[in-house]
Design a protein around this ligand. Sequence first.
Ligand SMILES: *[C@@H]1O[C@H](CO)[C@@H](O)[C@H](O)[C@H]1NC(C)=O
Ligand SMILES: *[C@@H]1O[C@H](CO)[C@@H](O)[C@H](O)[C@H]1NC(C)=O
Ligand SMILES: *[C@@H]1O[C@H](CO)[C@@H](O)[C@H](O)[C@H]1NC(C)=O
Ligand SMILES: *[C@@H]1O[C@H](CO)[C@@H](O)[C@H](O)[C@H]1NC(C)=O
Ligand SMILES: *[C@@H]1O[C@H](CO)[C@@H](O)[C@H](O)[C@H]1NC(C)=O
Ligand SMILES: *[C@@H]1O[C@H](CO)[C@@H](O)[C@H](O)[C@H]1NC(C)=O
Ligand SMILES: *[C@@H]1O[C@H](CO)[C@@H](O)[C@H](O)[C@H]1NC(C)=O
Ligand SMILES: CC(=O)N[C@H]1CO[C@H](CO)[C@@H](O)[C@@H]1O
Length: 666
Amino acid sequence: MKKQLSVAVLAGLPSVLAAPFKRSNSVQTLASIRNGDLVFQLGEISYLAETTSPVATISGLVGEPGYAPVTVLKTSGCSIDSDSLSSTVNSYLTIDDVFNEHFLSGIVLASDCESTAGLDAGPSSFLSSFNTSLVGILSGVAIEPGPYLAALDSSGTASLSLVNRLYQDRYRDFLYGTYAAPEFGVYQAFPDVLAEFQDPLIPVPSRIYSLSDTRPLAGLRIGVKDLYDVAGLQTSAGSRAWAEITPIASTTAPSIQRLIDLGGIVVGKQKTAQFASGADPWDWYDVQYPFNPRGDEWLTCSASSSGGGCSIAAYDWLDYAIGSDTGSSVRRPAAVSGTYGNRPSQGMISLQGVNPLGAAQDTAGVFGRDPSTWAQFGRNWYIPDLHQDPSINGLEPLVVPDSNDFPSTIYYDPDYLPVRNPAANQLVQQFYANLSTAMGIDTVTTNLTRTLMDSPIRAVHNTTYRNNASTLLNTRTQWVEVAEPLLTAWAERYDGRFPPIDPARRPGWVARTPANFTQAQYDNALAIKRNFSEWMNHDFLGNGNPTMGSCSDSSLWIYDIGTGGLPSYREQTLLGNPAVTARLNYTPPGVLTSGVNFCSFAGCADYTLPIGQVSYFSNITRYQEMVPVTISLVAKRGCDFVLFNLISRLAELGVLQTVKTGRTAF
Ligand SMILES: *[C@@H]1O[C@H](CO)[C@@H](O)[C@H](O)[C@H]1NC(C)=O
Ligand SMILES: *[C@@H]1O[C@H](CO)[C@@H](O)[C@H](O)[C@H]1NC(C)=O
Ligand SMILES: *[C@@H]1O[C@H](CO)[C@@H](O)[C@H](O)[C@H]1NC(C)=O
Ligand SMILES: *[C@@H]1O[C@H](CO)[C@@H](O)[C@H](O)[C@H]1NC(C)=O
Ligand SMILES: *[C@@H]1O[C@H](CO)[C@@H](O)[C@H](O)[C@H]1NC(C)=O
Ligand SMILES: *[C@@H]1O[C@H](CO)[C@@H](O)[C@H](O)[C@H]1NC(C)=O
Ligand SMILES: *[C@@H]1O[C@H](CO)[C@@H](O)[C@H](O)[C@H]1NC(C)=O
Ligand SMILES: CC(=O)N[C@H]1CO[C@H](CO)[C@@H](O)[C@@H]1O
């Protein structure tokens, strides 16, 4: 619908408005990219115009052939009100980062007036106030207002093309930018890197194009982890070898299609640790590790949805990033970038069309900066139609109530908190107290380790038994669906050679360890997972209530998934001093299981929330910098919407806040 070619003939334009088409000398055309679209510059800013698929044409114009940036403004009826046009333009300047004064050198009025002869000369004073010339009037043409590039040909016909601003991915969190292809529902990669930047360029469309679209995610710009298939784009899973042996995706993963159906726009594919591993920054070989904008810009982005978390911390022009979480891959990147990020309950959304790690434990989460709109995004995204089939995760079918009946208690375990940095701990304690007093949630101190050990259930008290099952579940799907096909295809192509892959996966795949797991062992591991999940969600978080969907009669658990308020670096040698720096795989002394592992195995909801920041002396910038402080809130499986509603309420009360982009989150 966006790409329909419409033709309107300029007729009976009142003479006072008519002005020749003014070719703009300020449009510096930079390149015609591979598919024929045009990159141009206006002032200091680069744009991409979708010139291969113009959305409208105006004929009967006089003027010198060439390009002009123009603004389409809509008028309703035949009377044109100069004041309202002025205020519309001013509001566009405020809400949109693609549109600016340069586009006001020419105006196209889109009118629903039957005959342009009936239009009065109202806009003349408005036009002169912006030194604007009227390019033409489109009547009866479906076109959105906003900035366009007009191209006049020698026959006097101007075609109008949609415009995207090209943003420099200075932190290299993306693999490449993307924009809609002319075929409906298909995307294309933005193919060029301008030499002057070296960084990928990410095209973002004008927000004005979506103003009339009432869908919940209309016009929101979304980055997608490069594990998800998007029709028209290559999925690499962070591996150049995988990209070589697999075709460009012909369909879009249902989870991403849902976002597109809601009006969201995929603006780029983002970096992932290879095959969604937990590789440390210094163990990335195929792809350069992304950068974190916080603090000294030398902090880790964690694994594996690292590009997504850091991009949301970096760019105001990006609204959301889609990650995936098997072992911690949304929660930890959110923690180190100081953004909101979630591991939803297991089964909340289909992972079809997503390069797998462990089918029974993979989940899809989202990063955002504003707690309320982030919560709203999640509530729109996860729908029962897209729930995962229970046979995939071995758990009870999901029931997801949407209510403000919040959990009645919150558990605090002194083995998992306080966090190591005392300044950060003050923020954690204040948040915990505020959560309890503001929401009337009772605080309960517990000893999770003792509770686990005292359970008669083997899946609960025997950590080895549980971890062994989890490891099996997290390796077998990837072995069957990714490793085996890759190893086979590579060997066929290259005389029996093993493919070049990063060390996180190489030893296991060389040893072919997961190949030795039988289906019976896999099924047994699912049964262990189910036993643990029932204990965690019924007995512990469910306060003994086995009813799925009962969230008011349940508990939250708060723990630290972050760095304890200490900087964690992308460079291994800077992590030498454990008193002042943090390794991310930290397990508090005396506990059997790191906090992050509970929901990965039990399928509960685990959401990372930024609550403040503390300072540290950076050995990179030799300057006192800020590092974000976050906490994790765990809720009973299925209580995601209740948790989202709680988060919205905490935002209204000022307990949670919108984080900023850049060096500091607050
Ligand atoms: C319009 O053009 C005149 C003369 O070239 C110039 O003095 C004035 O600043 C311009 N106004 C705007 C709003 O650009
Ligand atoms: C919790 O229980 C475990 C096992 O008995 C014990 O080692 C640990 O010290 C306890 N933690 C606290 C804070 O008492
Ligand atoms: C836990 O289970 C493993 C097998 O998975 C077994 O070898 C070990 O003895 C068990 N440990 C305890 C304390 O029961
Ligand atoms: C897995 O099986 C292969 C082939 O049967 C064997 O060579 C290898 O040693 C086994 N690996 C492990 C860890 O048992
Ligand atoms: C771990 O799981 C594998 C596969 O199910 C099993 O063969 C092995 O005995 C288990 N080891 C332990 C210590 O439980
Ligand atoms: C799961 O729990 C049930 C009931 O306690 C038990 O009979 C069964 O053996 C457990 N399954 C596994 C795989 O541990
Ligand atoms: C900075 O370097 C000094 C001297 O090598 C070291 O003592 C300190 O722990 C380092 N600080 C951090 C935050 O890495
Ligand atoms: C929003 C809110 O309730 N903030 C409170 C959190 O706790 C601190 C310390 O008790 C109060 O000063 C805040 O007003």
